[in-house]
Structures are given as C-alpha cells and as structure tokens.
Ligand binder design. Sequence first.
Ligand code: NI
Length: 138
Amino acid sequence: MTRKKTLSRFGVSLDGDLLGRFDAYIAREGYTCRSKAIADLIRKEFVADDFAKGATVAGAVTVVYDHHKREVVNRLLDIQHDHGDIIISAQHVHLDHDNCLEIIAVKGLGAEVKLLADALKAVKGVKHATLSVTSAGR
Ligand code: NI
C-alpha cells in the first residue's frame, strides 16, 4: 500500500556558525540542496531511535575472516542457521588467498539483529565485523 506523500515547507532559524558548518558538511557529502540533507539527517535519527527501541530494522552485517581456520567457517554457519528467521540473504566473497568477506542482509527487530551481529563478531578468528542498519522502508 502506498500513501500519497505531501511536501510541507517550514522555516528553520539557525545560528550562523552552525549553518556555515552544516553547509560545509552537506557540500562534502555531495548534497545539492539543504532539504534532502535535513530529511536524511532526520531519518538517520529515526533509524537510530527505532533500533534503540527494538523496532524492525533492515541492514547488513559484514564479516571478514581467515578461511584457513575451518572452525571459524563452521561456527559462522551455525550462528546464521540459529538466526535464520531474520536473515534475508548472505553473500560470500573470496577476498584474497587468506580472507573471506561475508555480507549478510538482515531484517528484524533491532535487538535480534544486534544479537546476531554480536554473536558473529565474537567468533574467534573473525578479524572484523560491522553492523549497518537502515530503515525497514518507512
Ligand atoms: Ni571465501
């Protein structure tokens, strides 16, 4: 179901220094207008708020590990099977001779997504793991 969106305008009063910093920030980030930058910042806060409140989020867990350590591979697979209900897909990339990169797309309650990411991160032999969350579409 799609809801018709209406655009609303509102005025914002900002301290000149803050506005200067904001304009420099959005220029660095590649924005060409303030409206999109402000909307993105608001959504970013909402995503963080959803995540903190345990609402549904979507995102990706990325894991880098040494595949020569076979027990790491098995452990990572076991954990993924334990959390199968929130995993949408997983992509495996052979980075180089030693390292593998796994990108795991997830959608679920913030607390469950964090639990999965923490479990993967804690596996001995995992060199680096990150969790990136975004809005589940709202
Ligand atoms: Ni590999």
